[in-house]
Design a protein around this ligand. Structure first.
Ligand code: NAD
Length: 250
């Protein structure tokens, strides 16, 4: 299937992990991929895509800065002449501590990257989509948008906020042809969570409590993002899609 042939998509946070796997998946289905990330390893993602004969470019982008996201959208339009969908995926997991020990700096990081980064990205993307009659946006939330784990308060609160923001945007722009959805992955092995994957104590506890009995690979998250950005998802709007191997089912 080449659902994105002739289309261009924007992906934030594609230097590693879920974003990289999704950028590759978009390119394999024909999309030109404009990547925004603070980490220069996004160059490696671009090289992987180009190596497979796909189209991709990277612009250094700090999602905490609205101007960077305006520029990223402008670069996508300049380079590819269009932008059909956007995956707002960049995120951070602040150090895990109980609420009474969280520093203001850690709280600000979660607010700035995990919430304001998505908000600023959507503002830039929506301005463009309004000018062309529509588009699709997918935001990365988390199962932390549905349930709470101990010592992850700021992350959990910001992922709840992303899910709420997704609904708010869907409601505001549905009549203008803009669909906005979110994904809520469970435990996915990426640089963000490698420390958990490497800890037998953590994995023994986690896998014993979860019916999946394992963590996901980033490649198991990408297909849902592509579907939500495709015409096949034309009647899906304002939804937060759980991709957790059943973690939150019991
Ligand atoms: P990751 O660390 O591999 O990816 C995060 C990406 O965001 C990196 O490329 C990083 O450079 C980028 N980033 C961080 N701060 C940025 C900034 N200020 N500006 C631009 N880019 C920035 O981890 P991942 O697991 O692939 O995370 C991707 C998304 O998935 C995040 O939003 C994360 O919260 C979410 N998520 C991850 C899991 C999991 O278990 N790994 C579960 C649920 C949700």
């Amino acid at each position: 299937m080449m659902r994105f042939e002739g289309k261009a998509v924007l992906v934030t946070g594609a230097a590693t992990g879920i974003g990289r796997a999704t950028a590759l998946a978009f390119a394999r289905e024909g999309a030109a991929v404009m990547i925004g990330d603070i980490d220069d390893r996004a160059d490696e993602t671009v090289a992987l895509i180009l190596g497979e004969g796909g189209r991709a470019a990277f612009r250094r982008t700090d999602v905490r800065k609205a101007a960077d996201l305006d520029e990223l959208v402008a670069q996508c339009l300049d380079r590819y002449g269009r932008m059909d969908a956007a995956f707002n995926n960049a995120g951070v997991l602040p150090p895990q501590r109980p609420i009474h020990e969280v520093t203001e700096e850690e709280l600000d990081l979660a607010i700035d990257v995990d919430f304001k980064g998505v908000f600023f990205a959507m503002q830039a993307e929506i301005r463009h989509f309004l000018s062309v009659g529509g588009g699709a946006i997918v935001n990365t939330a988390s199962v932390g948008a549905l349930i709470a784990d101990p010592n992850m308060s700021a992350y959990c609160a910001m992922k709840h906020a992303v899910s709420g923001l997704t609904k708010a945007a869907a409601v505001e722009y549905a009549q203008q042809g803009i669909r906005v959805n979110a994904i809520a992955p469970g435990f996915v092995v990426t640089p963000m969570t490698q420390h958990w994957a490497d800890s037998n104590a953590f994995t023994d506890m986690f896998f014993a409590q979860n019916i999946s009995g394992r963590a996901a690979r980033p490649e198991e998250i990408a297909p849902t993002v592509l579907h939500l950005c495709s015409d096949g998802a034309s009647f899906i709007n304002g939804a937060t899609f759980t991709i957790d191997g059943g973690q939150t089912a019991h």
